[in-house]
Design a protein around this ligand. Structure first.
Ligand code: AMP
Ligand code: GLY
Length: 476
C-alpha cells in the first residue's frame, strides 16, 4: 500500500492529491478537488501560475507531467494518496504504468488501455468486438484498399460523405470530414507517408449526420458511473464555421440527450468497452469519454478518449453534487463500486446540482495555427465580480503581476444558472469583461439548442455492427 494512504485521516478518500497537467481541465480538477473538506492538499505538476493561486494548492513547475520517473519521485516524496492524470500525452508516456509499479494509486488508464484514444483503429476494433454501434468503416494499412473503400462509401446510395482518421494521437487534427471522394482521396494521399510504418495507419468511416454530445464516465475495470452529458463546440467560429480546434466552449446538461438515455448509453457503450478491454488484458481505470453522434437512428459512437474532455469538464465539475476525490480514489484502486456505495450513489449517473453550466473558451490571436503569446490580459477582476469562474489554460503571470497569454486556448469562463440560458448569460457577462489583443472567442456557445428528441431516440440499443471492413483487405 502506498505510505500516504496509511496516514490518511479518512481512509475512504484521498487527503493529498497530485494532479498532472497545467491547462484549464486541470485547473478545474484542482479547483474542484481542493474544495472538498477531506482534501488537505492538492499538488499540481507542472500546474500553472493561476492553478497555484487556488487555496490548498502547490505547483511543481519544474516537474514535467510526461516524465514518469520525475512524477513517481514527486508522488512518493510528497506522500500523495492519489495521482489524477489530465492530458492524453501523460497516459501515452506510460506515467500511470510507472505509478502503478511504484504502488501509487493513479486515476487514468495504463498506456496499453489508453490506446482506446491513441489509436483510432484500436478504438474501432474494441468497439466492434464489444458490439457497440459505430459508423460503418474500417482500418487500413495501405493506400489502395483505403482509397477503394472510401470510393465504396461515397458511392453508396444516400452517402453524406466519408471521414478519414489518421491513426495515432494527432491533437485533434487527424480527422478530415469529406463531402466527396475527391476530398477523401486528397486526405488519404496527404497521410500516406504514415502507411510505411506497418500496422493500421488510417481509419475510413462513413460520415454520419446529426448533433454531437460527450458522455464521460468514471471507470474501473468493469464498472462505470457517468458524469452528466455535455456538448462541445469544436469549430473556431460562430455557426460551427472555421477550422477545428480543441474545443471553443461547452455546456451541460444537454436537453436533447436526457439523463435516462445516458444511463442506457453507459450500459451499451462504456460497460461493453470496459469488458472488452479487460478481456484483451488491458483493463481501464480512469475517465472513458464517449464522443457520440446523435443521429436520427439513435446515438452512434464516433470516438473514445481516455481522459476528461476539455472544455467539457470545466462545465461538468461545477455541476456535480458529490465529492470527486473518493470516486477517483476508488476507481484508481479497482473499487469504484465501493466508493459509490460509501457515498450512497445508485445507478449509472452521478447526481448533479440544479444548475446548468456554460463554458466559453477565450483563445489567443492566431489560434489554432500559430497562437501568439505575451498579450496582456485585462478584466479578470471584473469577470470575477460577476460570479463566473475562470479556469486558466495558457497564461503566465508577468513580473508586473499581470497575466499574459501563453498558449492557444487561454482560458475557459464558466457561468452557472438555473437554466442553460441564464448560465449562458452569466458566462457571456464575464467573458465580455475579459480582453487582450487579438482575443478570439465564439458568441454562440449554447445559444442554439437542438430540439429535444432530435437525435436521441432509443435506437441506442446496441445494433450489432452488421458490416464492417475491419477484417477486409488492408485491415490490421
Ligand atoms: P474523432 O476524433 O474521431 O472524434 O473526430 C473528431 C471529429 O470529427 C468529431 O468530433 C466529429 O465532428 C467528426 N467525426 C468523426 N467521425 C465522424 C463520422 N463518422 N461522421 C461524421 N463526423 C465525424
Ligand atoms: N473536447 C474534446 C476533447 O477533449 O477531446
Amino acid at each position: 500500500m502506498h505510505p500516504g494512504a496509511a496516514s490518511s485521516p479518512e481512509p475512504s478518500g484521498p487527503a493529498r492529491i497530485l494532479v498532472l497537467g497545467g491547462g484549464a481541465r486541470e485547473h478545474a480538477l484542482v479547483w474542484s478537488l481542493a474544495r472538498e473538506a477531506a482534501v488537505e492538499a492538492v499538488l499540481a505538476a507542472p500546474g500553472s501560475d493561476a492553478i497555484g493561486d487556488e487555496p490548498k494548492v502547490r505547483c511543481f513547475p519544474n516537474v514535467s507531467a510526461t516524465d514518469a520517473a520525475a512524477v513517481v519521485e514527486l508522488a512518493t516524496r510528497e506522500n500523495v494518496d492519489l495521482v489524477v492524470v489530465g492530458p492524453e500525452a501523460v497516459l501515452a508516456a506510460g506515467v500511470v504504468d510507472a505509478l502503478t509499479d511504484a504502488g501509487v494509486p493513479a486515476f487514468g488508464p495504463t498506456k496499453a488501455a489508453a490506446q482506446i484514444e491513441s489509436s483510432k483503429a484500436y478504438c474501432r476494433s474494441v468497439a466492434e468486438a464489444a458490439g457497440v454501434r459505430v459508423a460503418r468503416g474500417g482500418a487500413f494499412s495501405a493506400l489502395e484498399p483505403a482509397l477503394s473503400f472510401a470510393r465504396e462509401l461515397t458511392d453508396a446510395p444516400g452517402s453524406s460523405g466519408v471521414v478519414i482518421k489518421a491513426d495515432g494521437l494527432m491533437a485533434g487534427k487527424g480527422v478530415t470530414v469529406c463531402d466527396d471522394y475527391a476530398t477523401a482521396e486528397a486526405a488519404l494521399r496527404a497521410l500516406a507517408g504514415g502507411a510505411a510504418a506497418g500496422g493500421p495507419w488510417v481509419v475510413v468511416e462513413e460520415r454520419l449526420m446529426g448533433v454531437e454530445a460527450s458522455l464521460i464516465a468514471l471507470c474501473d475495470d468493469h464498472g462505470a458511473i457517468a458524469l452528466p452529458p455535455a456538448r462541445d463546440h469544436k469549430r473556431l467560429l460562430d455557426g460551427d464555421k472555421g477550422p477545428n480546434t480543441g474545443g471553443m466552449g461547452a455546456y451541460s446538461p444537454v436537453p436533447d440527450l436526457p439523463e435516462s438515455l445516458c444511463a442506457t448509453l453507459v450500459d451499451v457503450i462504456h460497460l461493453p468497452i470496459l469488458a472488452e478491454l479487460a478481456r484483451r488484458g488491458n483493463p481501464f481505470r480512469g475517465a472513458l469519454y464517449a464522443g457520440l453522434m446523435l443521429t436520427p437512428e439513435g446515438p452512434v459512437l464516433l470516438e473514445c478518449n481516455a481522459r476528461f474532455g476539455d472544455p467539457e469538464i470545466q462545465a461538468l465539475l461545477p455541476r456535480l453534487a458529490v465529492p470527486l476525490g473518493p470516486l477517483l480514489y476508488g476507481a484508481a484502486q479497482g473499487d469504484l463500486a465501493g466508493a459509490a456505495a460509501a457515498l450512497q450513489l445508485n445507478g449509472r449517473m452521478l447526481p448533479t446540482t440544479d444548475d446548468a453550466a456554460v463554458a466559453i473558451v477565450l483563445a489567443a490571436a492566431n489560434y489554432p495555427e500559430t497562437p501568439r503569446k505575451g498579450d496582456v490580459i485585462s478584466g479578470l477582476e471584473e469577470a470575477a465580480v460577476t460570479g463566473a469562474t475562470v479556469f486558466h489554460a495558457g497564461t503566465v503571470r508577468g513580473p508586473d503581476g499581470q497575466f499574459r497569454t501563453a498558449g492557444g486556448r487561454v482560458m475557459s469562463v464558466v457561468g452557472l444558472g438555473r437554466t442553460i440560458e441564464s448560465a449562458r448569460a452569466n458566462a457571456e457577462r464575464a467573458a465580455t469583461a475579459i480582453a487582450w489583443d487579438g482575443m478570439q472567442r465564439r458568441h454562440d456557445i449554447a445559444a442554439v439548442l437542438p430540439p429535444v428528441g432530435a437525435g436521441a431516440r432509443p435506437g441506442a440499443s446496441p445494433d450489432p455492427v452488421s458490416e464492417s471492413a475491419w477484417t477486409r483487405g488492408g485491415a490490421a
